[in-house]
Structures are given as structure tokens and as C-alpha cells.
Design a protein around this ligand. Structure first.
Ligand code: ZN
Ligand code: ZN
Length: 337
């Protein structure tokens, strides 16, 4: 139901407030542009060669930084496709008996034709009450967006968006390029920063811009490098931030490395197969966001040792599965690169 009245106004106000961190970053970047280009390069640099080189390199870094930031903010997060949603009849059935075995019966029937391999801690099918759908693997409900987000990593206030399957590559590049941008400023501003403290700069307002620019860039470099390092580690392990805090649960139990396919394949899951696009904020991640290849050795022993397409006996408390799921799993594991 569409919200109306005071609660809708409140929600709209809250949505406006969510843009404050983005506005803050935008103001800092605009000021850094003015401080670096005008006050440092044009006003303070005397050597023409240094001036031209710094201006060209600076514009290269800021272009990549702003491009990836823009893409992270404005790429809509992906939501589960309609086959994960409950039909009207199933919704009614569940609403009538929300906590009983009926719910799990309905969900099991729906899930048996879906590529869903993760479970709740208690072994039940993962279900979102708010969106009324079976959660695809790695999908989580974001309380800020009030939607289920495919391969949700986290909701980032600095981009006012959910970081997930659709924009995780952009987010990583945003971290990388913002870090490079800051390090470049620190490296080229350092000698002028030293001149500031040794009274080597003319007494104009440029010297204060140069000093604050160095402090700001150095400060952001420290925080960005730790965040970027952490996300590099997550990519190598093929884990989302949420999965790093709580391991995904498969039918054989919780397994923090359940989605890990080895370093090279993990990298390709996010950046794609074509290396020429790796460093550009263009969507190249593999898959559809709803199903993910898993590490075969970590699957049920029954599945690992079963020839493709052959049905094995259902486990206790589980409905018999059709062979599509087994075949899907085998295809995913073998076919994905
Ligand atoms: Zn949801
Ligand atoms: Zn969100």
C-alpha cells in the first residue's frame, strides 16, 4: 500500500536528509578542485612543466573518481525477479497462518524450482515478510531502502545507496580512485606543505588552501586505505560485508567460504572476464545476482558425489526435489568461470 499523510511527508524529509553525506563529499571535492587547480597549480607553481603535468594527471584522477562515485550513487540496486515473489493465493495462505508449518510448506514448494541453496540458521527457507518473497542466495532486506537487495553488501550513507550486486564493482573502483586521488594530492602538495611551515610561500590566501588540502587528503587517505584494503580482502574471499559478519548457511550448515571459488575466479565474479573493463566503472560482474556458483567441495556430500541430473533421496524434513535443481547446481559450478 502506498504511504499517505504525515508518515509520507516524514519519509520524504528523511530521504532528503540522507543526501547530506553526499552533499558533504561533493562540497569537499569541489573545494579540493579549486584549491588544487587554482591555488596550488596556477597560483603557486612556478615551473611550467610541473604545472602542466600536475594538471593533466589531476584531471585524469578526478575524472575516474567522480565517474565511479556517480555510478555508485545512481545505479539502482537490483531486486529479486518475480519468480521469487509469492503468488496472490500463496500470500493469502501465509497471511492466514503466518507462523505455522503452512508457511514453510508454501516456501518449500516455491523454492524447489528456484536456485536457492542457502537457509536460515534453523534450516528453513529464507523468506522476507516485508517484500513477501523467497530470498535468493546472498540477498538481504535493507531497512533503509525497505527492499530486498541482490547480493547486498551494506547500505552506504556516503553514496546514499545500497551497495550490492548492481554496483559493488563501482563501489570498489570509487574507493580505489578516491584513494589514488588523495595520494596524488598528498604527493604533489608535500613540497608546498613543507614550504608553508618554513615560510617559503608568499603570504597570500593560497598558502592556507595548500595546507588544508594536504591535511584533508592525508586524513582521507588513511581512512580510505583501510576500507579499500578490507574490501580487497572480501573480494579475494568472495564474501560480502554481511557474510563476513555472519556466514551463509547451506543445507550442510554454515560455511563462510561457501561462495569462494579461488582467488582468480572470485576476482572475475566482481570484475568480469574481460580485463580491459576491470578498471572502468562499467558493469561487468558475472551472473544475474539471483544465483551464484558455490564451491563444489563445500556442497552436500550427496550432491558432490552424484552424477549430474540424478536425483538423490530427500533429506529429512525436505520435500523431494526435482532434478532441475541438481542440474542447475552442477551447471553453475562447472559452467561459471
Ligand atoms: Zn525484503
Ligand atoms: Zn539500502
Amino acid at each position: 500500500m502506498a504511504p499517505s499523510g504525515p508518515s509520507s511527508v516524514k519519509r520524504r524529509c528523511r530521504r532528503c536528509l540522507y543526501w547530506i553525506p553526499v552533499l558533504f563529499i561533493t562540497i569537499i571535492v569541489c573545494w579540493s578542485y579549486y584549491a588544487y587547480v587554482i591555488q596550488l597549480c596556477i597560483v603557486s607553481m612556478n615551473n611550467i612543466g610541473e604545472k602542466v603535468l600536475c594538471l593533466i594527471a589531476y584531471h585524469f584522477f578526478i575524472l575516474l573518481f567522480v565517474w565511479s562515485y556517480w555510478k555508485t550513487i545512481f545505479t539502482l540496486p537490483m531486486n529479486p525477479s518475480k519468480e521469487f515473489h509469492l503468488s496472490y493465493a500463496d500470500k493469502e495462505l501465509i497471511e492466514r497462518e503466518p507462523r505455522g508449518e503452512t508457511q514453510q510448506d508454501v516456501l518449500r514448494r516455491l523454492a524447489k524450482d528456484l536456485p536457492v541453496y542457502t537457509r536460515t540458521m534453523s534450516g528453513a527457507i529464507r523468506y522476507c515478510d516485508r517484500c513477501q518473497l523467497v530470498k535468493p542466495d546472498r540477498c538481504h532486506h535493507c531497512s533503509v531502502c525497505d527492499k530486498c537487495i541482490l547480493k547486498m553488501d551494506h547500505h552506504c550513507p556516503w553514496v546514499n545507496n545500497c551497495v550490492g550486486f548492481s554496483n559493488y564493482k563501482f563501489f570498489l573502483l570509487f574507493l580505489a580512485y578516491s584513494l589514488l586521488y588523495c595520494l596524488f594530492i598528498v604527493a604533489t602538495d608535500l613540497q608546498y606543505f613543507i614550504k608553508f611551515w618554513t615560510n617559503g610561500l608568499p603570504d597570500t590566501q593560497a598558502k592556507f588552501h595548500i595546507m588544508f588540502l594536504f591535511f584533508a587528503a592525508a586524513m582521507f587517505s588513511v581512512s580510505l586505505s583501510s576500507l579499500f584494503g578490507y574490501h580487497c580482502w572480501l573480494v579475494c574471499k568472495n564474501r560480502s560485508t554481511l557474510e563476513a559478519f555472519r556466514s551463509p548457511v547451506f543445507r550442510h550448515g554454515a560455511d563462510k567460504n561457501g561462495f569462494s571459488l579461488g582467488f582468480s575466479k572470485n576476482l572475475r565474479q566482481v570484475f568480469g572476464d574481460e580485463k580491459k573493463y576491470w578498471l572502468l566503472p562499467i558493469f561487468t560482474s558475472l551472473g544475474d545476482g539471483c544465483s551464484f556458483p558455490t564451491c563444489l567441495v563445500n556442497q552436500d556430500l550427496e550432491q558432490a558425489s552424484t552424477p549430474t541430473g540424478v536425483i538423490v533421496g530427500p533429506k529429512r524434513n525436505e520435500q523431494p526435489r526435482n532434478d532441475n535443481r541438481e542440474r542447475d547446481l552442477a551447471n553453475l559450478n562447472v559452467g561459471r568461470r
